[in-house]
Design a protein around this ligand. Structure first.
Ligand SMILES: [Zn+2]
Length: 200
C-alpha cells in the first residue's frame, strides 16, 4: 500500500532507486504526438532508453508504438485525457486510470507498469487505485519547462543540465522545441558524468 506520509517511498518516485547511482531517467509526457519520431531518432542515435507517459486518447493503432518498444523504451500511462485526478471522485479516477491501461495494453500487447498523474496531481485515492492495479507512480525531480520555452530551446537545456543530480527523473514533453533541445540536454548530462537508464 502506498502511504503518502512514507518519505522513503515518496523519494523513490522522484528519483532513480539508490541502486542506480550515477544514472538519470528521461521521461516524455503527453504523447503519442507528431514529434515522437524525431525524439526517437535522437534517442536511438545516442543509444538511450526513456519512459514515455502517454494519454491513451492519443493512442491510435497507427502510432509508432512498435518502434518505441523495439528500441527499448517503456510506455507508461498518463491517464486518458489529462484530467486533474484530484478533482475527480475515486470512481472517476479509477475509470481514467484503468481505461488508459487497458487501451495501451490492448494495442501494444505489453503490460503497463508505470503511471504519471496529469499535472503531477494525486491524492490517497489515486495511490490506492495504483496499488490495486499494480502500477508504480513515477513523478519527477527536474522540470524542463519545455512547454513554456517554445522559441528558446536553449532555456530548456539550461533548466535541465544546471539542475540535474544523481538519480534525477527528468520531465520532458513530446514537443518540437524539446526535440530541438534534446541533443544538447544529452550532451550536457553526459558531461556532468551521468548515464541514462529507464530501469526503476
Ligand atoms: Zn501531462
Amino acid at each position: 500500500m502506498y502511504d503518502l506520509k512514507d518519505t522513503r517511498w515518496i523519494k523513490n518516485i522522484y528519483q532513480v532507486r539508490p541502486a542506480a547511482l550515477g544514472q538519470v531517467i528521461l521521461t516524455f509526457d503527453d504523447g503519442p504526438g507528431r514529434h515522437l519520431n524525431d525524439i526517437l531518432d535522437i534517442l536511438n542515435a545516442e543509444n538511450i532508453q526513456a519512459i514515455f507517459f502517454w494519454q491513451s486518447k492519443l493512442l491510435y493503432k497507427g502510432r509508432p508504438w512498435r518502434r518505441v518498444l523495439n528500441e527499448g523504451h517503456h510506455i507508461g500511462s498518463h491517464a486518458c485525457n489529462h484530467k486533474n485526478l484530484v478533482r475527480l471522485t475515486k470512481g472517476q479516477q479509477f475509470g481514467q486510470i484503468k481505461y488508459s491501461i487497458d487501451k495501451i495494453e490492448s494495442i501494444t500487447g505489453t503490460k503497463v507498469q508505470h503511471f504519471r498523474p496529469p499535472y503531477g496531481q494525486y491524492n490517497e485515492d489515486t495511490m490506492s487505485i495504483l496499488d490495486e492495479l499494480n502500477l508504480t507512480p513515477i513523478m519527477w525531480e527536474i522540470t524542463s519547462y519545455d512547454w513554456s520555452n517554445k522559441h528558446t530551446p536553449e532555456k530548456i537545456v539550461e533548466n535541465v543540465v544546471e539542475h540535474v543530480k544523481d538519480g534525477s527523473i527528468i520531465l520532458l514533453h513530446e514537443l518540437e522545441q524539446t526535440a530541438k533541445a534534446l541533443p544538447q540536454i544529452i550532451e550536457g548530462i553526459r558531461e556532468k558524468g551521468f548515464e541514462f537508464t529507464n530501469k526503476l
